[in-house]
Design a protein around this ligand. Structure first.
Ligand code: AMP
Ligand code: MG
Length: 404
């Protein structure tokens, strides 16, 4: 059977198609830029005031002090932001100016309102000011022709602000894949159904949709499909016509009604692997169909989520143009001894505690693959690797962080 590392490597080695699309700038948050962003403008576009105060000539207020203020003539014209100055500033004069207003000709600095006092047609200046003080110069932040953001960069809110400031309303990005989500099982009920004997609500399509959404990709739900080969085949074909990655849950194990692999084979999908030496999630199947990918995820709710973290997420990240396929991880010390069978990788849902400068972890409790509360309680997934036997108290283990 394939090891976890081998299965992950197979997925990461795949050739994937990268889709690009021009989208409204606000929709680019968290995506990767597909093209350099070059500015067509200087930002700021003109010299302007960084303060509310008075536009003056620096040499006019040399030596100004609390006890020896300099008296300047106050011009009538006042400069709010948005107004173009009508006249230039002569020696011995001051002009009232607001933050963001263009600097009038002849002005070499702006003295803060707090360091002045207006007296009728005059203004007293109590502090000297070096040339250029409180002036934001044209192109000081961004120069026309500057490469402001580089292709391949992940977009954060600050980048969106920068792109807005230079008028980029639409931006070419790597467009995330569309994931189809389909759950299989005769026992499955819709979310708003009453539980009856033998039935369970379909939680897998919800946890998966949330996981896809968290990564920043798109999903389409294809609902619950009964364990019948013909219906399954029809539904899968329909989904593969639209989606880049199809996620199926249930029906991939060795039960009498586990038809997913057989049906996928009959429509011509290529099996890359089935079965990974791990717990939970052993019967995981991975297939390709033309340029599409298919995950046959086990039905158990924890297996579904863990397999998504370990295999689906990295593939999505790759298709989104990101170079970090896995979650951030830390090393933490085990709070107690754990039984672990050497020769298989276990993904253990854990709670992390910080004591002093060290991290410790403990189990969320029962680790059954149906105990979905273990996923909601977990801060992370600890990896108990194949090559290691029982875990001893204080052993340092790698933990993928689920809640950063
Ligand atoms: P299977 O892999 O189809 O044998 O399913 C394994 C277990 O997971 C069974 O107990 C199923 O009832 C359960 N299961 C399968 N699909 C879902 C689902 N969509 N939501 C919740 N539980 C499920
Ligand atoms: Mg089933």
């Amino acid at each position: 059977m394939l090891s976890v590392k081998e299965a992950q490597q197979q997925i990461l080695n795949l050739q994937v198609k990268i889709k690009t699309k021009k989208v409204p700038v606000l929709d680019t948050l968290g995506l990767v830029l597909a093209k350099d962003i070059i500015s067509d403008d200087n930002i700021p576009a003109y010299d302007n005031s960084a303060m509310d105060g008075y536009a003056v000539k620096a040499e006019d207020i040399l030596g100004a002090d609390k006890n020896y203020p300099v008296k300047l003539n106050l011009l009538k014209e006042d400069l709010p932001a948005g107004k173009v100055p009508c006249r230039s500033l002569e020696s011995g004069y001051a002009m009232s100016i607001m933050t963001g207003a263009p600097i009038p000709q002849g002005c070499s600095c702006v003295v803060m309102r707090e360091d002045t006092q207006e007296k009728g047609h005059f203004v007293l200046v109590f502090k000297e000011c070096r040339e250029g003080k409180n002036i934001r110069y044209r192109g000081e932040d961004i120069k026309k022709g500057d490469k402001v953001l580089k292709r391949g960069k992940v977009i954060y809110p600050g980048d969106i602000g920068v792109m807005a400031s230079i008028g980029k309303s639409e931006v070419l990005v790597i467009y995330p894949p569309l994931l189809g989500i389909m759950t299989t099982g005769n026992e499955l009920l819709e979310i708003d159904s009453e539980l009856t004997m033998g039935k369970v609500r379909d939680s897998n399509s919800y946890s998966l949709a949330a996981q896809v959404k968290e990564v920043g990709a798109y999903y389409k739900k294809y609902g619950i499909v009964r364990d019948e080969k013909e219906i399954l085949g029809k539904k899968i074909t329909e989904a593969l016509a639209e989606c880049d990655i199809l996620l199926l849950t249930g029906g991939v194990s060795v039960g009498n009604y586990d038809f997913v692999k057989e049906v996928l084979g009959s429509i011509g999908a290529q099996l890359l692997f089935w079965g990974v030496n791990q717990r939970p999630g052993k019967p995981l199947a991975f297939l390709t169909y033309k340029d599409k990918f298919i995950f046959g995820l086990p039905g158990n709710p924890v297996s579904v989520m863990v397999c998504f973290e370990m295999y689906v997420r990295p593939l999505i990240k790759k298709m989104m143009g990101m170079d970090k396929p896995f979650r951030n991880s830390i090393y933490a010390k085990s709070s107690y001894n754990f039984e672990h069978k050497e020769g298989r990788t276990d993904f253990v849902r854990v709670i992390i505690e910080k004591k002093g400068s060290e991290y410790f972890f403990k189990s969320t409790g029962t680790q059954g693959s149906g105990v979905l509360t273990s996923m909601s309680e977990a801060d992370g997934i600890a990896i108990f690797p194949e090559h290691k036997g029982n875990i001893k108290k204080d052993d340092d283990m790698q933990i993928y962080l689920l809640k950063e």
